[in-house]
Design a protein around this ligand. Sequence first.
Ligand SMILES: Cc1ncc(COP(=O)(O)O)c(C=O)c1O
Length: 367
Amino acid sequence: MPRFARHLENQDGPHNPFPGVSALERRLGHSLPHRIGSNEGLDMPHRALTARFGDDIATLARAYGDAEAWLPRQRLGDVLTLDPAALLVDAGADSLMALCLRTLCDPESTVIVSAGTYPTFSYFLRAEGLRAVEVDYANGPGHLAPDLSALAEAAHREDARAVYLANPDNPSGHLHSDADVLGLQNALPEDCTLILDEAYHDFRDDAWTPAANAVWPGVIRLRTFSKAHGLAGLRIGYAIAEPETVAMLMKARIHYAVSSLALTAAMTVLDHPEETREHVAAVVARREVLAETLTQWGGDVLPSTTNFVALRLPSAERAAEVHAALLAEGTLIHRPAHPSLGHVLRISALDDALAPGRLEPLRVALG
Ligand SMILES: Cc1ncc(COP(=O)(O)O)c(C=O)c1O
């Protein structure tokens, strides 16, 4: 069985027809200051944009970005101790998931997913018309986590093209060790790719060590600037994969999906790792206070390596009642829509969650 979609494996291209002016400058080895062929429209930034957002944003908005994200990939390569050829930048982890499916799957392909995990992945699976096979979470006292052996077993049984694992997981917050994730990859059929969604990677204690950022054969690691870097609204993330896999992904990528503003913003936050670490430490501290509070109220709180705390209620009905009561008070927490995790509630570790009385209906339900 091929590893990638047949039409991508069987031809040299497709090649991006518009890699952008920066890519051309790199290929030519000199700059192109007279850009009268890049079709960007206005001769100057829109004045109203300049007035509202300032010169920098208006200027960035006017021009197409670098489709190859050359500078952000160099910068990421330095930060993560990785060859930039193993990095691909796209419009967030969501966009990367859809890209993985387009690149890996043929119309009849099967993909394995944990029942109730981050639902956008299954939404994309269905939107692509692919066959989804769900496996239950592993469940026990103090433990709710994607079941790695069940995922591997289903991949063999169903002759799957890919397996999706969120690690750390949403909504459980569970982190599998790297050894266990590599064990899963090893246990998969030879041409089955592990799509490893690491949207919460930056909340790991070892997030910035080279070992935690390695290229793993047969694995596409997805990361985002939405969480620890605070750029959710700008839409930018990256994948770590073997260079041959990156090259295949590049064949199917929407080349200007990442705006020039998002590319520049990502470089700016990468230039200030100390601030990112400061934000992450604050989130982790709040998460621990929230977890402790919920535990004292009698909650079945799950360990979390993310920016949220998840807890299990005795039943989906009880969780739905709490969710509805909080909503009526104007407070939105998350309850997974998937029936198998309907008894779970997920609360972001924001200061507002700790405001006195904010979670009162939950406290009452647990008491
Ligand atoms: C597991 C997981 N993956 C991906 C995302 C989305 O990331 P992005 O904003 O980069 O698309 C989220 C956001 O909640 C998430 O929980």
